[in-house]
Design a protein around this ligand. Structure first.
Ligand code: ADP
Ligand code: MG
Length: 466
């Protein structure tokens, strides 16, 4: 069996949903489970509505307007894709969810503030609605397709860290097996919303931004799927963000480590959480384009993230970048200076990464600001002359990722030479996979990425990499 996950842009209009229905139908022989995100922009609108409610009377008309708009939008899309015979069920479902949502919003108005818990409760309606609609759209008993809806809050059990809840696997996996396997065995196509879960006590939680990919991997790992397909709007994982680099090329294969490193270094796809359950259960993640006419039936489309592919051409796989970094320059002397700086880095990992070491100067990139003050204070005590710590903000970290950097020293050398001119020095590092990182100013990051991309991959967008 396989898990098929569809993102918000794949279900945001009647035409898109029909396309998704077609894709799922074309792969029925692989026994799919379908995981779906909220329709485009819905989560953002829901949270804007909750914010307006928390702001009180003045913004209440705004909250009401958003609710009405959301209801209109979901009805408009849904009634075009659900057979007329299902319209009364559809209307009852929308009435119920929008009634519950209304009650949540009223609670927030009363509280006069938006707690993380209430925000999750409101945000969850995006996936509850989209999954219920997709299940009705797929369900065509006259064609022999039954698509039961599974409540994600009953199967994905998490802790109570609202907005970024962590799955409790020992609770979740048996529940998922109980909920999904009998349907799969009976030839049905279960549909479940991503991103949303609940605590053991049934309080709604969310896995955090873009968490539907993560949900899909959790389902895939629990059910021992052959693969988790993530259907999106690009041809796969690309050699750079295609919005930054139009010449970006598709990557054929990535290792789990490379996928995780890219996800953590700023690539939007896939959600970083996805790689944990997938690699533990050894379930490959297959990124595919739901707009592509060649739907994958083992034809080598998309990007397969899995065990390292020994036949792949060695080379850099992809370049990603993330903003909001700072560069810290520490000056000091004495025999213990460097070791003391290393010890501080060790203590504050993983928010710190070393980028350059000289006898009396160490440069460090910090990509989380929450502990900057503490880190700075600790660094000021390194070496004999204290206090020489300079912080430069507005930096971006550019990462060039490939497992081959560890096994092909000439690749590392060549890549380092290409990155010459980046600020300040570079060192190979990486938490999940080897990579080369450099710091550039935030404004110059898109250009720096484009330039590095051109040097490394050239202009052959039609040719895949790796
Ligand atoms: P979905 O709605 O399907 O979850 P997202 O919009 O969240 O999709 O993510 C897909 C987008 O991620 C792509 O359209 C692309 O612009 C962006 N992206 C950024 N970096 C990369 C990359 N290295 N490879 C592929 N896509 C990337
Ligand atoms: Mg998305």
């Amino acid at each position: 069996m396989i898990v098929m996950k569809f993102g918000g842009s794949s279900v945001d209009s009647p035409g898109s949903i029909e396309r998704v229905v077609g894709i799922v139908r074309s792969l029925l022989d692989r026994r799919p489970v379908v995981v779906v995100s909220a329709m485009s922009k819905t989560t953002r609108r829901l949270l804007r509505c909750a914010d307006a409610a928390a702001a009180g009377d003045l913004d209440l008309p705004k909250a009401n307007a958003i609710l009405n708009e959301l209801r209109e939008f979901h009805w408009h899309v849904a009634h075009a894709v659900v057979e007329p015979a299902g319209h009364s069920v559809l209307k009852a479902m929308l009435d119920r969810y929008f009634g519950e949502l209304r009650a949540q919003i009223d609670e927030i108005v009363k509280a006069g503030r938006l707690s993380a818990r209430a925000a999750d409760a409101v945000a969850s309606f995006g996936e509850l609605l989209s999954s219920a609609i997709l299940s009705l759209a797929l369900d065509r008993p006259e064609d022999g397709i039954e698509a039961p809806w599974i409540d994600c809050r009953q199967v994905l059990i998490t802790d109570d860290s609202f907005n970024r809840a962590k799955p409790i696997y020992e609770e979740t996996e048996p529940r998922m097996r109980r909920a999904f396997l009998p349907h799969i065995e009976a030839g049905r196509v279960p549909v479940v919303g991503g991103y949303v879960g609940a605590t053991r006590d049934g309080i709604t939680t969310t896995l955090g931004k873009e968490g539907s990919d993560f949900s899909a991997a959790i389902v895939g790992a629990a059910l021992g799927a052959d693969e988790v397909q993530i259907w999106t709007d690009v041809d796969g994982m690309m050699t750079a963000d295609p919005r930054c680099v139009p010449d970006a090329r598709r990557i054929r294969t990535l290792s789990f480590g490379e996928g995780l490193e890219l996800a953590c270094s700023g690539a939007k796809k896939p959600h970083w959480g996805t790689l944990g359950p997938a690699s533990r259960a050894d379930v490959p993640i297959h990124i595919l384009n739901s707009w592509s006419p060649h739907l994958d039936r083992g034809t080598g489309e998309g990007t397969l993230i899995g065990r390292r592919d020994p036949t792949a051409q060695p080379g850099i796989k992809s370049i990603s970048w993330r903003p909001h970094a700072r560069r810290i320059t520490v000056r000091g002397e004495g025999p213990d200076f460097q070791n003391e700086v290393f010890a501080v880095c060790e203590r504050y990992r993983p928010s710190l990464m070393m980028i350059g070491v000289g006898p009396e100067e160490v440069e460090i990139a910090v990509d989380q600001e929450d502990r900057l003050f503490e880190i700075r204070a600790a660094l000021a005590h390194c070496g004999r002359s204290t206090g020489e710590v300079h912080v430069t903000s507005g930096r971006a970290v550019v990462s060039l990722v490939s497992d081959d950097l560890a096994t092909h020293p000439e690749l590392a050398e060549r890549t380092l030479a290409l990155a010459e001119g980046a600020e300040p020095r570079l060192v190979t590092a990486g938490t999940a996979a080897p990579c080369i990182r450099c710091l550039v100013s935030e404004e110059s990051a898109p250009d720096a990425v484009a330039l590095l991309h051109e040097k490394i991959f050239g202009h052959r967008p039609e040719e895949p990499v790796g």
